[in-house]
Design a protein around this ligand. Structure first.
Ligand SMILES: NC(=O)c1ccc[n+]([C@@H]2O[C@H](COP(=O)([O-])OP(=O)(O)OC[C@H]3O[C@@H](n4cnc5c(N)ncnc54)[C@H](OP(=O)(O)O)[C@@H]3O)[C@@H](O)[C@H]2O)c1
Length: 290
């Protein structure tokens, strides 16, 4: 199995570089080597290399900035995945792609399933949904994994790392009680993705064509940002107090869903895997951090 990984410097891409090599020979590319914003050169790169599976961990993920850079977000999150799906289909290869809980409007009170209807707010979420739909329209051996609140201990631009940074500078933190989702450790997501790919490879092409489609992979339970912050502070004995706040107190160009927890049941059952809860993932991540 020759695996082509895009987005190798991202939170998830970095972790996939550690987990995928056990399944086959991996060629991992950065933005400099495969720019998703350049349609023609992306197609050239995909055509020039030999691969049996394409794993796309690259995305335009700047949720607020996307509001003023809609074309760039659409190119990376929607047009580029369409090209990848086309090229994967041409060579009957597997294509693994990632999407977001933000495709949902957050009005539900229990975790979203794959069959729930998306209703995104904002450019980032809309372009990610367009990407999902472009891939589904093309068809082929595509697996789309929606995930949620990804964090990593090797990257700084995520909520968990920011709480730790803020706590080193402030004596009081305020975190919102009205945003709830499934915080997901990038390494756990990479491991679950790789285990799923292993199963797809073992089961063969007809199993893949029967089981391809949309799956949710996120921590098995949910939490709001206030409780998540309190847990991090307690777990690390950080000398700060945490006060509850509301989203409206932090002005932002785009609204986030109030409740975007994902149910990973379909993924766990299909791939015969256990998805840990958010505390278990976070404990592992904090213990693993230098
Ligand atoms: N982060 C979250 O909370 C979250 C939540 C739900 C879903 N997701 C989804 O999960 C997946 C992985 O997210 P992540 O957290 O690992 O994202 P990330 O850390 O922001 O990494 C994204 C990667 O995409 C690359 N990229 C951006 N524009 C590119 C372009 N034009 N050409 C090539 N590469 C480009 C970036 O390259 P540079 O390193 O050069 O910037 C970066 O390496 C994405 O599909 C994302 O939408 C993330």
């Amino acid at each position: 199995m020759r695996i082509l990984l895009l987005g190798k410097h991202g939170q998830l891409g970095w972790e996939l570089q550690q987990t995928l090599p056990y399944l086959g020979e991996v060629v991992a590319l950065s933005r400099a080597e495969a720019d998703l914003a350049q349609t023609d050169s992306l197609r050239d790169v995909l055509n020039e290399l030999a691969w049996d599976a394409l794993v796309n961990a690259a995305a335009y993920t700047a949720v607020d900035r996307a509001e003023t850079e809609a074309d760039a977000a659409r190119q990376v999150n929607s047009n580029a995945p369409r090209i990848m799906a086309e090229e994967a289909k041409k060579r009957n290869a597997l294509f693994l792609h990632f999407s977001t809980d933000y495709v949902f409007d957050g009005l539900k009170s229990e975790p979203y399933c794959e069959t729930d209807t998306p209703n995104p707010s904002g450019i980032y979420a809309r372009t990610k949904l367009e990407g999902e739909r472009a891939i589904q329209d093309i068809g082929g051996l595509n697996f789309i994994f929606r995930t949620s609140w990804v964090y990593s201990m090797t990257h700084k631009d995520n909520f968990v790392a920011k709480v730790i940074q803020w706590a080193s500078r402030q004596s009081e933190l305020r975190a919102v009680t009205d945003q709830t989702a499934c915080p997901t450790w990038a390494r756990a997501l990479a491991e679950l993705t790789s285990l799923a790919l292993f199963r797809i490879m073992q089961m063969g092409g007809s199993w893949a064509s029967e089981h391809c489609g949309m799956y949710h992979i996120a921590s098995a339970d949910f939490v709001n940002r206030y409780e998540l912050t309190r847990y991090i502070v307690q777990r690390l004995n950080l000398p700060v107090t945490v006060k509850p706040a509301l989203t409206q107190e932090f002005p932002s160009p785009v609204s986030r869903p109030a409740f975007s927890a994902l149910s990973s049941t379909r993924f766990a059952q299909t791939f015969n895997l256990r998805v840990p809860g958010w505390r278990e993932m976070l404990d592992l991540a904090l213990d693993a951090s230098p």
